[in-house]
Design a protein. Structure first.
Length: 140
């Protein structure tokens, strides 16, 4: 896999939004950030010492994944059980997709019920609400 394939896969998951933050990082959120969405994966476009991809692994899988060569505790996020990988081929395509789906599910399950209710709204209503929240946030 490469960054475009990972991006395409992540954006195909339910309720995923993407932002560009902290320089050249693509951040993937379950739910829009404007309504309290939570990030679950981050693609580092410049690579460097922080790896090419970080994602939520959860306490059950974290220890196992950081033992794999090419995987390591994600900088700044290891305390909440995030893993980073040096290259996209550290895991097979099937494994990486499984881990990213798991990251998405873990994050969705931690969302407050009020946000899950917003995500369950019809797309038109949800988009209107998000636009209103962004407008309110820009006034602050």
């Amino acid at each position: 896999m490469n960054v475009e394939q990972v991006r395409s896969f992540l954006l195909s998951l339910p309720h995923v939004e993407e932002t560009m933050q902290w320089g050249d990082n693509l951040v993937f959120w379950v739910g829009d950030k404007a309504i309290g969405g939570k990030m679950f994966a981050l693609a580092n476009l410049s690579g460097g010492g922080n790896g090419v991809l970080s994602f939520a692994a959860g306490p059950e899988r974290y220890a196992e994944l950081v033992e794999v060569e090419g995987a390591f505790p994600a900088p700044y996020m290891a305390r909440i059980y995030w893993v980073a990988i040096e290259r996209y081929d550290v895991f097979s395509v099937k494994e990486l997709k499984e881990y990213l789906c798991n990251a998405h599910t873990l994050t969705y399950n931690k969302l407050p019920q009020r946000l899950k209710d917003v995500l369950a709204l019809p797309a038109k209503e949800r988009k209107k609400l998000i636009a209103e929240r962004r407008k309110q946030a820009s006034k602050k």
